[in-house]
Design a protein around this ligand. Sequence first.
Ligand code: HEC
Ligand code: HEC
Ligand code: HEC
Ligand code: HEC
Length: 124
Amino acid sequence: MKEKKGTIVAIIVMTIMLAAGIAGYTQTVKGSATPTRILYNTNAGKVFFDHKYHADEKDYNLGIDCSDCHHAYEGEDELPQSCVECHEQGAEESSRSEVLHNQCKGCHESEEKGPIECDGCHLM
Ligand code: HEC
Ligand code: HEC
Ligand code: HEC
Ligand code: HEC
């Protein structure tokens, strides 16, 4: 009996640590700082977008220009807006998920790199 209790406690502790680890590793879209990683919770499974890997300096990462994705972005002194400012979630046309699918998959297709299949982006 004692051993079983120990195991349960260990599992609980591990679960808390895992949850804290995931929360620290990812970042939600809220706020205005340039995100490092974004996690989308969708009803088709979570999508993990490594913003820094896509956008940061080419020597280390893909080095894609900000405005290639933030197509409405002009000013250097301000940060780009969130897509949802103009592409409302659930809108009939150009909803956020629609334009994200078009942009993410579109580039992966034309570059012939990066996931195109559903489960390449939708994990868990
Ligand atoms: C490969 C595409 C891509 C590139 C390149 C990219 N971003 Fe993003 N960025 C996104 C996506 C997608 C989001 C999430 C927006 C959303 O879900 O509404 C985002 C979000 C952001 C946000 C948060 C906006 C908010 O207030 O919610 C900022 C700030 C930002 N990016 C800045 C930058 C900067 C600065 C660069 C260039 C160094 C850059 N991004 C390059 C795709 C990109
Ligand atoms: C300031 C407003 C604004 C912001 C912010 C914005 N867009 Fe757009 N976007 C538009 C407008 C306007 C169009 C053209 C009309 C349309 O299709 O809705 C458009 C069109 C598009 C299209 C082509 C049409 C389609 O349905 O595929 C894509 C892809 C797209 N946007 C992706 C994004 C992504 C991804 C972000 C965030 C990184 C973003 N947009 C941020 C205004 C914006
Ligand atoms: C302008 C081009 C471009 C856009 C836009 C783009 N990607 Fe990518 N992505 C790439 C390239 C190129 C690779 C492959 C890198 C390699 O394999 O060397 C990649 C790789 C990936 C990978 C696998 C590597 C990793 O980070 O785990 C994922 C997942 C991914 N992209 C998700 C996304 C999502 C989600 C979006 C939209 C929010 C997106 N990408 C938008 C170019 C793009
Ligand atoms: C390149 C990455 C990528 C691929 C490939 C991809 N998705 Fe997505 N998907 C996303 C992102 C990013 C979102 C989050 C959009 C949001 O929250 O606005 C999303 C959201 C969704 C949603 C939620 C829509 C909503 O309005 O809430 C569904 C359903 C979905 N995808 C289904 C699919 C299916 C089915 C496939 C394969 C045919 C697929 N996705 C392929 C990146 C991808």
